[in-house]
Design a protein around this ligand. Structure first.
Ligand SMILES: [Zn+2]
Length: 434
């Protein structure tokens, strides 16, 4: 099968997937799962729909192999809301214009779903005999995370998605450094989202006589300033060290990393800055329900992202030291999610380096952690899976433009990226399941 027809095949499948409106909520991912099932079954790939509720099915397809390690190609079929008034084309049209497929999900992430499906279908047609199972999962409900997607599968149907290696979204941008060297970013870890709530205590009273009360909003403002001024000690995790050694050729002390990177990649410097330390951003505050009443308590929510491997109990003493002992408050962690990492130097990592060297001579792969989180953390937590985010782009659409289109209007992907990434997925399966 020539690559020209594979390019047409993945483009057509992506167009058809975009035309299925899977805006979450409500999702209605079953329509996308059925479209994929029809395509895969026509190509001789076994698959099943697994659903917690009928309208939100996950699809799992499997090419059975020997008892070697297994590889999962993972993608979610839901998308976020699109307001047609903001778009240059109808957001569910899947129109091809200027060599790009336009529509909601073109980047996040029906493109990778379509490429995963074509990768497994084309390998089956080629007669590929894997040494371990090649699995493709197109899951529901990643964007809202209400418990119908991969988290539910890991919990209720672990045999369907258990895997040794996985390829997911969240990486693959091709960026050209200021010195002309191309770099592909591969996401191998994620920060933990660990927001907390501060209840700042005061004494209520009539707002016309502030002297008789003790206003907790005023006290909260002092805490907000302390949080904003706080600069935690930077530290280098293994991903950041590996990134620096690829980009700079050596690993500087954590304090110098950002300044050393800035001339080569201003965007990279900003990304790395967020990966050197936990971050604390106060985002929500609630006080009195009435303007003329000074409340007895004020609640402040702080968005907090910890480094992979860090947990709330590690940073709480640090936070309390920053807040000081002169203001009465209670601290409560709201949740702690993600914060997992996968090792480098695995067979999947070697496959990635090999593919980049072949597909784009002179380019290198640099690992990164993701400041947010993806479904990869469910696999790492449930099965110890080595999961990387890697869906390589050609750079035809610059990485910063692509990043600005995700969850925004005029989302689109070059057809050349679909073909490029499909080449990677087919290579990864052949290399890891040889
Ligand atoms: Zn996504």
């Amino acid at each position: 099968m020539s690559t020209v027809s594979l390019r047409d095949e993945v483009t057509d499948l992506l167009q058809r997937l975009i035309r299925v409106d899977t805006t979450n909520p409500p999702g209605n991912e079953t329509a996308a799962a059925e479209l994929l099932r029809d395509y895969l079954e026509a190509n001789g790939v076994e698959c099943e729909l697994i659903a917690k509720v009928p309208e939100r099915a996950n699809l799992v397809a499997r090419l059975k192999g020997g008892d070697g390690p297994s590889l999962l190609l993972l993608g979610h079929t839901d998308v976020v809301l699109a307001d047609p008034a903001e778009w240059s084309v109808p957001p569910f049209s899947g129109e091809v214009r200027d060599g790009m497929v336009w529509g909601r999900g073109a980047l996040d992430m029906k493109s990778e779903v379509a490429a995963n499906a074509v990768a497994i279908a084309s390998l089956v047609r080629d007669g590929f005999k894997p040494s371990g199972d090649l699995i493709f999962a197109a899951t529901a409900d990643e964007e809202a995370g209400a418990g119908f997607g991969l988290d539910w599968l890991c919990e209720e149907h672990p045999e369907a998605v258990r895997c040794d290696f996985a390829i997911n979204e969240g990486g693959g941008s091709r960026v050209v450094l200021e010195d002309g060297r191309p770099i592909y970013e591969a996401t191998v870890a994620e920060k933990m989202t660990a927001p907390f709530r501060l209840r700042v205590l005061g004494r209520s009273g009539h707002a016309s006589m502030p002297g008789i009360a003790d206003n907790p909003l005023v006290k909260a403002s002092r805490l907000i300033e302390r949080i904003a001024a706080y600069r935690p000690e930077p530290q280098l995790g293994p991903e950041v060290e590996a990134f620096l050694s690829v980009v700079l050729g050596d690993v500087p002390p954590a304090q110098e990393a950002v300044e050393r990177l800035r001339p080569l990649s201003p965007v990279g410097a900003a990304v790395i800055e967020a990966l050197l330390a936990p971050t604390f951003s106060p985002t929500v505050i609630a006080g009195s329900a009435k303007r003329n009443v000074i409340p007895g308590m004020c609640e402040l929510e702080v968005d907090c992202r910890l480094l992979p491997g860090q947990h709330p109990e590690h940073v709480e003493p640090m936070i309390r030291a920053v807040l000081g002992g002169d203001i009465d408050y209670e601290l409560e962690w709201i949740e702690a999610r993600g914060g997992t990492r996968s090792a480098l130097g695995t067979p999947l990592w070697r496959a990635l380096e090999e593919w980049v060297a072949e597909a784009d001579p002179g380019a290198q792969v640099a690992p990164l952690a993701c400041a947010g989180f993806t479904d990869s953390h469910w696999l790492r937590e449930a099965f110890g899976t080595v999961a990387y985010g890697f869906f390589p782009s050609t750079g035809e659409l610059p990485a910063e433009v692509a990043a600005s289109l995700v969850h925004s209007h005029d989302e689109r992907i070059p057809v050349s990226d679909l073909e490029h990434a499909l080449g990677w997925l087919r290579h990864a399966a052949r290399a890891v399941l040889a």
